[in-house]
Design a protein around this ligand. Structure first.
Ligand SMILES: Nc1nc2c(ncn2[C@@H]2O[C@H](COP(=O)(O)OP(=O)(O)OP(=O)(O)O)[C@@H](O)[C@H]2O)c(=O)[nH]1
Ligand SMILES: [Mg+2]
Length: 462
């Protein structure tokens, strides 16, 4: 696709920095730069080799010829650029005044201010990236941990697209066969037998199901989870909170009822952003402030995806502990048996007698014992023990998940129809729906308004 207009934007974040970049893309990018850039040595912009930087000045073209900024001008010629168009980048001093002044001059010289994500949209419409790759650009920029960065880079380099395209190719081949049997019903062509068609459909279905299954982990890695620490007063909840944060954020004393309100901080465990919530110890109390704190602790139950339920190994279990063990039965939870450095009254067995299938970790937080084990157990519970970022792609985008579900549903119908030897035209309708849904992921069949919605979520200048 060829665009007539040339777009421009400040591509670096607001605020002050060493450098700031005004990016210009389109067929007029180099002529526009020519109007306002004065090189410090005698060179002609249209003769400068591609992908090089040239030192010089941005000059106010309208008035006195005043120097607006001293810059390095990057010139990148079509087609090997981000958008595939000619791109120039003014590497200015990184302050809002020089940058907006340069952008204004670029616009006066004939460029249009770019919409959010418009450079990437051009890269997509010009065929350099498919839609899943283009979306990965935004995910990469927004990644909160090393792990989400890794997955975004994989998607950007085409791992998901290759996988989806392979499945699409198999379905397209199947569709061609089935449509041929509609068009030439009487001819003795060597069509795939129905059982081969069924086998192909089932294999593709299994791969789609596998991809969808990665989405729950994908969501956790991308968006993170809320994890609450609950337990009786004085069991060591705030000590654990501080240990996981590696800073003394919460007040710790030997007085039961120290924490009165919930405290939240975000940490990173094994690449997962975790919003950790410390709570007031749960017990019956006459103190009004503490009562409210205890109520808040109970409210936390509704907003967390994982509970860390803490018990004091140096005390026998009491009614409040039993209440917590009941909670563990119907929530995603890990039981923590703390203070194992003291003489032991409660053993792991006493906990597992109540909750046989819940993981138990023994700790002595003040002795720094068991914390790594707890982190590993948290990862196991959230991601499943065998989770690795490896060969197969991971779905982190709900749009992709939705498209895969639609493809899967239609393929279910295909399989049922084939099993019941329904007429080929009926099979082909569902097969096409399934194929189109896969096409949505990489942008083969995506409508203009969906594209607009996707790219409007990007930052300006990307
Ligand atoms: N011996 C021993 N003491 C611990 C351990 N963990 C915490 N403590 C101590 O237990 C006391 C209570 O710790 P906190 O972390 O304040 O307990 P909490 O569960 O937050 O208490 P509340 O906020 O009152 O609900 C403090 O004196 C800690 O130093 C441990 O593993 N071993
Ligand atoms: Mg506390």
């Amino acid at each position: 696709m060829k665009f007539d207009d040339t777009i421009a934007a400040i591509a670096t974040p607001k605020g002050e920095g060493g450098i700031g970049i005004v990016r210009v893309s389109g067929s007029h990018a180099i002529p526009i730069a020519n109007k306002l850039f004065r090189p410090s040595r005698a060179v002609l912009l249209h003769e400068i080799p591609s992908h090089t930087l040239t030192h010089g000045y941005v000059i106010d073209t309208s008035a006195s010829g005043e120097i607006i900024d001293e810059v390095l001008l990057g010139v990148m010629r079509t087609p090997n650029t981000y958008t595939t168009e000619d791109i120039v980048e003014f590497n200015c001093h990184g302050g809002s005044i020089p940058l907006t002044s340069v952008l204004e001059l670029v616009v006066e010289a004939g460029a249009r201010v770019a919409e959010p994500g418009e450079f990437t949209k051009r890269a997509f419409l010009n065929g350099r990236l498919d839609l899943a790759q283009a979306e990965a650009v935004a995910e990469l920029i927004g990644s909160k941990t090393e792990l989400s960065r890794k997955i975004a880079v994989d998607t950007l380099s085409g791992k998901l697209s290759e996988n989806v395209n392979r499945l699409s190719d198999r379905l397209a081949e199947l569709l061609a066969e089935i449509e041929a049997s509609i068009d030439f019903p009487d001819e003795d062509l060597d069509f795939m037998k129905v059982d081969t068609q069924l086998q192909t459909s089932r294999e593709v279905q299994a791969d789609i199901t596998h991809l969808i299954a990665t989405a729950s982990e994908g969501r956790i890695i991308k968006e993170g989870v809320n994890v609450g620490i609950l337990g009786k007063p004085n069991v060591g909840k705030s000590s654990l909170f501080n240990a996981l944060l590696t800073t003394a954020r919460a007040i710790v004393t030997d007085i039961p009822g120290t924490t009165r309100d919930t405290i939240e901080e975000t940490i990173n465990i094994g690449g997962i952003p975790i919003n950790l919530v410390d709570t007031a110890g749960i017990r019956e109390t006459d103190n009004i402030v503490e009562q409210q704190g205890v109520q808040r602790s109970r409210d936390v139950l509704d907003k967390v995806e994982l509970l860390l339920l803490m018990f004091d190994a140096s005390q026998p279990l009491d009614e409040s502990d039993i209440e917590l063990l009941e909670i563990a039965k119907c929530n995603r939870a890990i039981l923590i048996l703390n203070k194992t450095d003291l003489p032991i009254y409660t053993h792991p067995q006493n906990l597992s007698d109540h909750c046989p299938n819940v993981s138990i970790v023994e700790t002595a937080i003040t002795e720094d014992i068991g914390i790594d084990m707890l982190k590993n157990t948290i990862l196991d519970v959230l991601l499943g023990g065998d989770f690795v970022v490896g060969e197969s792609p991971i779905i982190t985008n709900t749009r992709h998940q939705d498209a895969l579900r639609r493809s899967q549903e239609a393929l279910d119908d295909v399989i049922t129809s084939l099993e019941n030897e329904m007429p080929p035209d009926l099979v082909s309708v569902d097969l096409r729906i399934s194929l189109d849904a896969l096409g949505d992921i990489v942008g083969k069949t995506t409508t203009e308004d969906i594209l607009d919605r996707i790219f409007s979520q990007f930052c300006v200048g990307k």
